[in-house]
Design a protein around this ligand. Structure first.
Ligand SMILES: C[S@@+](CC[C@H](N)C(=O)[O-])C[C@H]1O[C@@H](n2cnc3c(N)ncnc32)[C@H](O)[C@@H]1O
Length: 256
């Protein structure tokens, strides 16, 4: 997911400003993926340690390799489902997550596990997407691919990526799993899709939402959709690459 790290370069700057991780902190990174945030947390917690969890073996193996290459010796990873796995209880000062907490099959179980892993008054800091309609990268690409379906898409249940976009939903989830009332900081920053249109086209073609949608079209519809997608990417090209608007929350709460 190195491209994902590039995609989120602006978001990551906001997160780095918000972490407030101390040198001796024990940090938990939920849904850590290939571990960019895990490794950065390990640099902040230079006399502490970081524990990354992800249920994708592929991601964890890559995270381990990148961590060895970075010569960090205060990082541990476990491949596990956050809804089923209980990390060591009351071990962590802070739990972080960059877009890793929206996809849980059982959010309540996962947040209870997370809460129990925190020390009393331990802190949760997670970045999540705001609602889909506030994220141009999602709406404009879907619209370019299947413009006639947009009304139907809008009426569908909330896609997992946006499951924590509603502040009321987040507040209720955190309240019911033992956290204090959360604070929400808006991060309004663009996502980066590539240095030029070709690179951006290759990148977005790899999204499962894009490939899935294209696969459902017949040959002529697919050719039209690809042409509209390329046009959209051209419209979003700036001097420094192809960018789409996005809005996220940094949510902070403490263990009750
Ligand atoms: C959008 S990616 C973010 C990855 C990483 N935090 C980053 O910013 O690069 C979401 C991650 O959450 C992980 N994930 C989703 N559901 C999970 C679960 N139930 N338990 C553990 N990890 C999960 C996925 O495997 C994926 O790596």
């Amino acid at each position: 997911m190195l491209d994902y790290d590039l995609e989120l370069q602006q978001h990551n700057l906001a997160l780095r400003r918000a972490y407030a991780i101390n040198a001796t902190d024990q940090v938990l990174d939920i849904g850590c993926g290939t571990g960019q945030t895990t490794r950065e947390a390990a640099q902040f917690a230079s006399a502490g340690s970081v524990f990354g969890i992800d249920h994708s073996n592929e991601m964890i193996e890559r995270a381990k390799r990148l961590t060895r290459e970075a010569k960090l010796d205060n990082v541990e990873y476990v491949c596990a489902d956050a809804g089923r796995y209980e990390p060591p209880r009351e071990r962590f000062d802070v739990a972080i997550s960059r877009f890793g907490t929206m996809f849980f099959a059982d959010p309540v179980a996962a947040f209870v596990n997370l809460r129990n892993a925190l020390r009393p008054d331990g802190r949760l800091l997670m970045m999540v997407w705001q609602s889909r309609d506030r994220n141009e990268w999602a709406t404009s690409i879907e619209h370019a691919l299947t413009p006639d379906d947009t009304a139907a898409i809008d009426a569908l249940a909330v896609p997992p990526a946006f499951s924590l976009g509603d502040q009321n939903v987040v507040s209720r989830l955190l309240d019911s799993t033992g956290f204090t009332a959360p604070a929400f900081e808006e991060v309004h920053a663009p996502v980066f899709y590539g240095r030029d249109v070709e690179a951006a086209f290759d990148f977005v073609s790899g999204f499962s939402t894009v490939s899935g949608r294209l696969a459902r079209l017949d040959a002529q519809e697919r050719a039209n959709a690809v042409a509209r997608l390329r046009y959209l990417l051209v419209e979003h090209q700036r001097n420094d690459g192809v960018w789409f608007d996005s809005r996220a929350w940094i949510v902070t709460a403490h263990r009750r």
